[in-house]
Write a protein that binds this ligand. Sequence first.
Ligand code: 0L1
Ligand code: MG
Length: 255
Amino acid sequence: MSADALAESLDTAALEARPLPGGGSGLTVTAEAYAVQEALVLRRLARGERITGVKLGFTSAAKMRQMGVADLIHGRLTDRMEIPDGGRYDLSGLIHPRVEPEVAFLLGATLRPGDADPAAAVAAVAPALEVIDSRYDGFRFSLPEVIADNTSAAAYAVGPWRALGDLGNLGVLLELGGRPAEAGSTAAILGHPLRALAAAARLAGPLEPGTVILAGAATAAVPLPPGTCVRATVAGLGTVQFTTGAARTTTGEGA
Ligand code: 0L1
Ligand code: MG
């Protein structure tokens, strides 16, 4: 299948909340998988969406273990994926959403591959939540398939921005309905979240001022239930939250 045809099937799966069987794409080559991702994102842009940033995936040992992979990947974020901090997020168009706590960076200057001091390009940092919703049945996919699927990106929320400080080993708590769901440390993000900057520049750079970079999950992702307040707190950095609305009436197989 061509990159465009694969992109169309992933796009349709997302629009109709109808998952595809994983393992059936025939994709084996990373560069070809990113070509599908680009075609998929172009379809969103053609519908009027605007790129807002970049996300990294599989940046923590917990996520790699959870999904059985060992490579860092990246995807694109758009304005349609943004959930306002404190806002409401409707789950009815999703297949089997999961949520994970992250750290977000906002660039104040261009970040280029190989920059000696990537942190110098950062204007601000914030706690973040990422919603992932694989377009493959049961989150079962090959590495090229998840790359093609824009690394399962569905939505994200960013808390209050603040000046960059020491991010090396901050406690991270994910709460669902006021109860702890996952706890971890920012050290789980590539050993230090600042490493995500160089990785994002290498994989997706140059990145312009105003770009949001989701550095990756600090814990495993958890299923996102309907009608629930979801909150991430990064010690010393702050809190971000949203409340989920209703889910669709049937769930993705294997979710
Ligand atoms: O860490 C990530 O955001 C990667 C998401 C892609 C894999 C998955 O669907 O869990
Ligand atoms: Mg993520």
